[in-house]
Design a protein around this ligand. Sequence first.
Ligand code: SF4
Length: 340
Amino acid sequence: MEELINRLKSGTYTKDDLVSALNIPDEEKFMPLFNLSEQICEEYFGKGVFIRGIIEYSNKCRKNCNYCGIRRGNEKVLRYLIKPEEIYKVAEKLKAQGVMTLVLQGGEDAESDPMLLDVIKQIRTKYEMAITISIGERPFEVYKQFKEAGADRFLLRIETTNPVLFKALHPDDDLEYRKKCLLWLKELGYQVGTGIMTGLPGQTMEMIAGDLLYFKELQPAMLGIGPFLPHEDTPLGNEKPKELFLTLKVLALIRIMLKNVNLPATTAMGTLDKDGRKKAMMYGANVFMPNYTPAPYRESYLLYDNKICVKEDCSNLCAGGIIKSAGKFVAQGRGDYKSF
Ligand code: SF4
């Protein structure tokens, strides 16, 4: 174990080392790596946790990802597109609460791009806040338009870098194109976020180790790691999720490998385990993303079953309580990615 830790610390690890670390069977044995992850997190971010407010502005989607509750094939979903005025109201609220990042997240709904471009321009002009968009795959030119309109960051999760698993999950997508999109986004100057799902049916530790090495090479600004959670109206609806421990191990290894990357304690972690987000912040996460989607829409944006923060008012106050319970505090400012 000591040798493994030394290799991880010095960056001289191999893929086999990552697989060995992912195979550690219990939290107690993994604790030295959790401690190392948190130590590195505090070196770069102190005990501050940045808050990013999310609005799920559209649940329309042209794709049919096999794990996703809002896939186009799910006819039970009531589709919506939030009006710009409602988005501006949320931006006002965020500003009043001192939250300096707005995340606009939607399904792959290219038809709403003109509206979204206008919204981004308005927010850029009126509010001093960072804008993240998470809208899926688009051609290079469209990514460029969003950047020029004022978007600072882009989140595009790859979910897995294993070609066979990627294809099994994404009937409409091509792994190489997804990778190309991530490179385009970097080229355009976005702070790029990506990430994976952990505990997917058919996923092995070797596959996750491969994902980690891909991240090392890509050097993203943010990595969102979420446990796989089934949604009953999808082809994977009968699959069982794995325990949170696997997601926490991946999170800690990423912190050790990539040091200064922004790592959120994700809603999916909090859904899988009521202390999921708290544990994530104790073991290396430095970002928290409360849901600011206006109440009537939240129930129609269920990517998986039993999602938390759907009925509750997920305000800055609620986030602050969870952050405090992890021994941390709400950091001030936009929390932009800094390369050290
Ligand atoms: S994961 Fe994204 S692209 Fe895939 S179906 Fe869900 S919303 Fe659409």
